[in-house]
Design a protein around this ligand. Sequence first.
Ligand code: SF4
Length: 507
Amino acid sequence: MTIGIWVLGDQLNLQQAALAGADPSIARVLLLESSSVVERRAYHAQKLVLVWSAMRHFAADLRAQGWTVDYLETERFSSALGEWVEHHGIQELHVMEPVDRGFRAAIERLSLPLPVHWIANNAFLWSREAFAAWATPYKQLRMELFYREGRKRFGVLLDEDGEPLGGQWNYDQENRKPPTKGLSGPEPLWFEPDATTAAVIEKVSALQERQGLPGSPEPFRWAVTREQALAVLDHFIATRLPGFGPFQDAMVSGEPTLWHALLSPYLNLGLLHPLEVIQRLETEGLAQQVPLAGLEGVIRQILGWREYTHGLYHWFGEDYASVNHFEANAPLPSWFEALGGSGLRCLDTVFGEIKATGYAHHIQRLMLLANYGLLAGLDPQALTAWFHRMFIDGYDWVMLTNVLGMGVFADGGRLASKPYAASGNYIKRMSNYCKGCSYDVKQRTGPKACPFNSLYWDFLARHEPELKRNHRMGLVMKQLSKLPEEELAAIRSTAANHRALAAAGSN
Ligand code: SF4
């Protein structure tokens, strides 16, 4: 009996469930590199290089471990899969349950002439069933409660009585310092492409010429093997973890990574498992006496937020993808696709960073890009698709909850307790972008007014009846009610002018 194990591009771990229980002497492993993926989604060039190079390296690792591996470069996975099954006389196909929903449906639509065994996905700490069991009793789910449960369940950062280390579950308040003058983080660990990666860069460059993919494939410096990903983790613990906390939310021009961990691409590909990362952070962070606020902050990102958004993705189900609470429908301005040219220094700085590497940190994503989308009333599905294609760590499961729920409140509050709307004031406080911008962050009316200001008040005014009912919006809604009528009218007219300008360059 020959068993076929199909390893998907985000399942690159020797311990993944379909491989872990199989016998290499009777199994053939398949990895499929299908270039038609870009017809459906024009991915950032660096993301394609990362995924395909990591897959090719993983195939080599598997061979070194004694597996028989077929690595196929193909136009379409459907025809290549059928031919492979027939050619090798595969009698049973084993696949670890894909994280992204659409993929299993796509495989099932092929009606393959052999049984397909779906093996429960073990790439997360919480299985879908465990998450559902936790979520069921709640009327309103909140990440903080889920996170505390995770800390207890996996025994992370607890004292001997099972209470949170230091007496508090959450130290986020200490992790929001604005940037100081000249703030700069340690140099991240990057890698030179080897021959395998160079070959992928060549292939992606050719694809880019034919199909106009966004981003630059070179210079490419991401890790593409488990060994390299572990080196990034070591480097983070040694050089970046001690300073990670305080400036977690800061945004600095020319400093795209500051103290951020840069581990999400590797966690999302399977090169690292979240539990091993959390355990190493805890053990080594405590041994190094890293400030608890920073250590708890980075662990919360993985044990809390990452697990929570993955759990919610499956818990909310398929319909979640089409939520549009505010009925926003403005098309994305062309600067999103071009990754530049908005004239807003904050956006253009981050677009430039995304263009180079496919990366921006969580506050740039939430408080600049998604915030702009929320305030300007951009179509939430178009914005989500853009995030999915552009980010080096973007997948369906990542972006649906992060963009639709947290970013633009398109789910009406199923995920976040209020819309994360902020004016230029927040950006001025948390970044150095406003200095040198052609807009004036102090103005909210007229052609020089910072668009985040006029759009912010316009957003609040547009949705006033609803937002007034949200107690977390009480303070700002009070400020809105105190704005003189003529001033609000001038602000709203400035916002309308900006929206018209953005729409003129829309895709
Ligand atoms: Fe962005 Fe406004 Fe600051 Fe310019 S002034 S960088 S548009 S927040």
